[in-house]
Design a protein around this ligand. Structure first.
Ligand code: RP5
Length: 177
């Protein structure tokens, strides 16, 4: 009988989430749903929750502290403005944390980006681009992390990249009107 890799077996067993997608506010969902869409597309079990560093600090700590024992492998954290969520989660877990700067109204997301990216040495947050592109790439990066240990995801990533290339190549001619 074929022996399943433990990570793949986990996916097939009960769909327990292996990626946690958290965000500081419901207003971030419009951006962060792009990460969820990628995880769904690749068949990665995930959960999405509002976890605010400022409005629900105790819940944030509980979420971060329990994340590893609950079986999560990667956390994607999005926040805008004074965006402390990704860093504060990273400070309370050893799971990889991917930070998504949500595009704020006041400063267009530059505040979010700088809040997330300028972490002190010792507490890493992998920071993505501002907005939907960053959320999409956070989803893809989470899949890539999981794929280092999962042949099925690795194959799906190769297919995804190939299809993306073919779609651009099929429509690459430009002309003036
Ligand atoms: C941050 O404040 C959230 O991540 C959100 O991007 C921003 C604004 O939140 P709301 O006032 O829309 O709830 O904590």
């Amino acid at each position: 009988m074929e022996c399943l890799h433990p990570c793949l077996a986990l996916f097939m067993n009960d769909s327990a989430p292996v990626v946690g997608v958290v965000m500081g506010s419901r207003s971030d969902w419009e951006t962060m749903s792009a990460a969820a869409q990628i995880l769904q597309q690749f068949g990665v079990p995930y959960e999405c929750k509002v976890v605010s560093a400022h409005r629900t600090p105790a819940w944030m700590s509980q979420y971060a502290i329990e994340s590893e024992s609950r079986g999560l492998k990667v956390i994607i954290a999005g926040a805008g403005g004074a965006a402390h969520l990704p860093g504060m989660i990273a400070s309370q877990t050893v799971l990889p944390v991917l930070g998504v700067p949500v595009q704020s109204k006041a400063l267009n997301g530059l505040d979010s980006l700088l809040s997330i990216v300028q972490m002190p040495g010792g507490i890493p947050v992998g920071t993505l681009a501002i907005g939907v592109a960053g959320a999409k790439n956070a989803g893809l990066l989470a899949v890539r992390i999981l794929a280092t240990n999962n042949a099925d995801l690795n194959r799906k990533l190769h297919e995804f990249q190939q299809q993306q290339t073919e779609a651009v190549m099929a429509d690459c001619d430009l002309s003036l009107p």
